[in-house]
Design a protein around this ligand. Sequence first.
Ligand SMILES: [Zn+2]
Length: 374
Amino acid sequence: MKTLKFKLYKHKRNRYLKRTINAAGVIYNHCIALHRRYYRMWGKHLNCAKLQAHIAKLRKRNLFWQMVGSQAVQDICQRIEKAYQLFFKHHKQGVKPPGFKKVKKYKSFTLKQAGYKFLGGNRVKVGNRVYQYWNSREIEGTVKTLTIKRTALGELLMIVVVDDGTEPEIRSETGNIAGFDFGLKTFLTCSDGTQIESPQFFKQGLSAIQKACKLLSRKQKGSKRREQARKHLCRQYEKIANQRRDWFWKLAHELTDRFDVLCFETLNLKGMQRLWGRKISDLAFGEFIQILEWVARKKHKQVVFIDRWYPSSKTCSHCGHVLESLDLLVREWRCPSCQSVNGRDENAARNIQIVGASTIGLGDVRQAMPAISA
Ligand SMILES: [Zn+2]
């Protein structure tokens, strides 16, 4: 599977897509309201199939809703269902149920097999209108989904997921496997003890963003200058995002040169955000992972993810002992069972490596077992 991103040409016609996204946002909120009402009345979770059937019926009588293709509507229900399932499973860890979203800020809709058609060249038909996009690379393979997404600047992106039918073939050139732990101060800690610091421009970019934020907050609501300031802020965001992306590509190449198998924890962005505050979205771990997976596939390397609920920080990577709790501020701890001293991030990275290795059938499984069952 490959994810390709294209920018749509600016055109008056794009307003139909934007309106569709708005309609998707309205439907989303309606679904959330239904979920809550259903729970209040029956004390039960409204199941996805029931919701889909009900929404499909409502859609027939609502012209605005019909802007959103029937598959995209199903996708909205499924997204909500996924969010609820995550909530049921992990609410003890602080996962919240899905909530209402501002329609203006609602970002995208997704189509599966129907509702769009590629017309060749750079033209794509979505609904019953034809749009053009910057044809930056070929779309090869079967298209699985097509997502139209609106950015903060009001531009539209088309995101295409294709199945190119190639199973990644893993070559073992360096024979190296490594685990990585994401951090705030240190971007990545590797299980071999090396650390990759976040580059300085992250910070510089952040202060430019803060400045732009302040400017924006001083402008009167609804004024032209406020809109200008908002766009300025968006551009600052874009600038730092571009710099960051460059750095991500370089880093991804560096790491895949050094290692054959790279293990990570499945990202829990929402949880990290709560733990560390807003800053997390500025670090864009998720984007880095996407780039890394892309590069790894090209170079026949493997990226492995381990369960995000695995206590990688609290487990001793030497003996498998699991601590009751470990404060965020503790950078180093002594294992009560085997007395070895564990640096927080490095220990986590080593555990991620151990579990990653065992999930793909390399390495010592025994060491990781007690940690999983705990
Ligand atoms: Zn120990």
